[in-house]
Design a protein around this ligand. Sequence first.
Ligand SMILES: NC(=O)c1ccc[n+]([C@@H]2O[C@H](COP(=O)([O-])OP(=O)(O)OC[C@H]3O[C@@H](n4cnc5c(N)ncnc54)[C@H](OP(=O)(O)O)[C@@H]3O)[C@@H](O)[C@H]2O)c1
Length: 342
Amino acid sequence: MDKARTLEMTRIKPGARVLVAGATGYIGRILVRELVARGYRVVCLVRGPRGAGSDEGDAADPALTDTEVHLTDVCDPRALSALDLGGPPLDGVFSCLASRSGGIRDAWAVEHRANRNVMALAQRSGARQFVLLSAICVQKPLLAFQHAKLAFERDLIQSGLTFSIVRPTAFFKSLAGQVEAVQSGKPFTVFGDGELTACKPIAEADLACFLADCLTTADRGNAILPIGGPGEPITPRRQGELLFRLCGREPKFRQVPVRVFDVAIPALAALSRLVPRMADKAEFARIGRYYATESMLSWNPEIGAYDAAATPSWGTATLEDFYRHVLEHGMAGQELGQHKLF
Ligand SMILES: NC(=O)c1ccc[n+]([C@@H]2O[C@H](COP(=O)([O-])OP(=O)(O)OC[C@H]3O[C@@H](n4cnc5c(N)ncnc54)[C@H](OP(=O)(O)O)[C@@H]3O)[C@@H](O)[C@H]2O)c1
């Protein structure tokens, strides 16, 4: 029997019981709503009543309505092995876990070890498929969180579970950091001339649909799936021009040379040898340099360059739609948290 036919027979249809780790995160919350709307029985793992990373207190999270919520610590393998989910076995598992800080230790604790703990729970609970929210940037890994993500991707591929490793390009929210500044009359800041990188950003709701579809789409099983949004790739300068046009103002840019990172990174790295807690600051500077200089598009090894045409497109929402919405309604719900640079 060929691979497509085998996967066709094992599709996980609405009504099945699926678990979401990272259910309180930006994508996790939208994914949970999408799965509930499709008729899945959704089990959420959370570390606090409203997520320990949230500033919003203990109010019950409306995103988790109509789901089974289990409080646990995904970073503690003993807590997860003692966790009794009750009910019928799981059919599928999603992980939208991500380090909130992006620091080196936290990246390995969450992106690698916590995901391994969730994978062990998936295996113990009878799940057939594991859908991982990863990132397109792991194709060119230079940063701690990318190495941690890749280490887990390798573990997952070897696990025997049907895997879907979804590697999105930039989320819309990650391109929204300067909307309020531009709206209030400030210039749009770019690195270099603003044309050093490009991405095909994807709407969070479109990404949630893509993730949910992995349960029922035969060719998304045992696959690594880079995914971007619709339309042409966009550079930071074009993002700025778009924002100024929507605000009805003349474009005004502030250009920052990439070499600021080339000064900051070695200085912070040297300092971290004396003051270990500075290691994360050096890593944040490396993250900044990465996103200032690397495109969020598929890397084409044959031409040795990023390749927009080779980056699959998905969804219908455009960055222009999103900017219009934020300009009209503000950034509520788009909190960037510690991920400002990613
Ligand atoms: N931003 C982008 O443009 C972009 C692009 C491509 C890919 N990605 C990838 O997309 C993924 C998810 O992004 P996101 O914005 O949805 O993430 P997020 O909002 O930061 O959510 C992270 C989730 O992980 C949980 N978590 C983090 N640390 C934890 C810990 N120590 N113990 C228990 N739970 C923990 C959080 O729980 P709490 O609510 O309790 O903190 C939350 O549910 C990341 O892997 C990222 O690399 C992002």
